[in-house]
Design a protein around this ligand. Structure first.
Ligand code: FES
Length: 129
């Protein structure tokens, strides 16, 4: 989707330029996929869990800059958190951690929140947690 990166703040631009933990994880304990029904952008989140704590996270996102920045910061935010703590991270918390998103891009962080929930669900289905 075309967009104006001028409307992004420095934190978002920094994550766009150097996305953290981008790529596919080998042997994850949970994989969650989320799609934004409006634009069709998708995010896949991989987590590794040990003793109920997320010890590693990676992402693959095909989407706008706000979605990529949200994914990037989400992997940083959930690392070291317990499953319960990770589930409490909402789209608003993610957008806030990014220093705010342009009004038309607020919905993009929802993708990351949904992906956390999907990854945890997958982890639990596999017998974890
Ligand atoms: S425009 Fe699709 S997630 Fe941002």
């Amino acid at each position: 989707m075309a967009e104006e990166t001028d409307s992004y703040n420095q934190i978002v631009i920094e994550h766009l330029k150097r996305p953290r933990n981008m790529g596919e994880m080998e042997n994850p304990d949970g994989v969650g996929e989320a799609q934004n029904p409006v634009c069709g952008d998708t995010m896949r989140l991989f987590i590794k869990v040990e003793a109920g704590r997320i010890i590693d996270a990676m992402f693959l996102t095909f989407g706008c800059g706000a979605a990529i920045a949200s994914s990037s910061i989400t992997t940083e935010m959930i690392k070291g958190k317990t499953i319960e703590e990770a589930l409490r991270i909402s789209d608003l918390v993610i957008a806030e951690a990014l220093g705010g998103l342009p009004p038309t891009k607020i919905h993009c962080s929802v993708l990351a929140e949904k992906a956390i929930h999907a990854a945890v669900l997958d982890y639990q289905k596999r017998g974890g947690g």
